[in-house]
Ligand binder design. Sequence first.
Ligand SMILES: [Zn+2]
Length: 279
Amino acid sequence: MHSCSITRRTVHSATHTANDKAGQVFECSLNKQDIKRYSRQLMLDSIEDKGQAKLTRSHAVVIGLGGLGSLVARYLAGAGVGTLTLVDGDTVDISNLQRQVTYNEMHLGELKAKSLYNELRKVNSRLNIKFKSLYADSKNLPTLISTADCVLDCTDNIETRKHINTATLRASIPLFIAAASGLSWQALNLPQNNKRIGCYACLVEHVDVREDCLSKGVLGPVVGMAACHQATQALLFLAKGFSANIKWGHYLTGKADLGSLKSFMLPPSSTCEVCHDPN
Ligand SMILES: [Zn+2]
């Protein structure tokens, strides 16, 4: 396999090592095909060659493969996240096609995890993609996420979200959450290792999160807006780690009709039974 040497905004021929901004030489696993495939994002300061190599070595677990997860996983695969685990026990229904854009009529009745696996294999056959046709719960989550660099909560119910929150906190694995209902969407990045930032259970104390697309309806592209934000945040983190220029612990609400964004910092709750440490 060739290695790469590329500078920002310029793609050069392959060599064996590359230099980061500090001049430090590091091993880079990108070959010529990778450099061409990812050329648009390699031009970005937020990715560059070193970040791309890091994406290639990363493992992201996507839980829930509906409107959020199917799109998030597509973007992560497109960007070259080396290992993806797709988790969902549901099957594709005709009512899904309005917003779950990775599926089509050929997938009706199929397991979402397997359908999405097959579609993503067509996007990039070199990725290590695993699928789990099951619903995440408190028992299986520790194993599902044990080797993850980050987890993306793309589910649609509070109980599963709480289990994912607890499991990622215990394992100190960063968690990217998104949701959408009606014409609004929400997102939250949780480092899950910072006592100055609350967790999803703290959020539930602050905000009414009960709305979902089953009870309130949702417009397809609004789910896409949430998914695109979630995927972007996760990619920036996976490429640069905690030095990435993203906001942790800010609960973001977008209004698709007004084109407005609001956010507030989520503090840890002193009564939270999940993240509060009296010591
Ligand atoms: Zn908490």
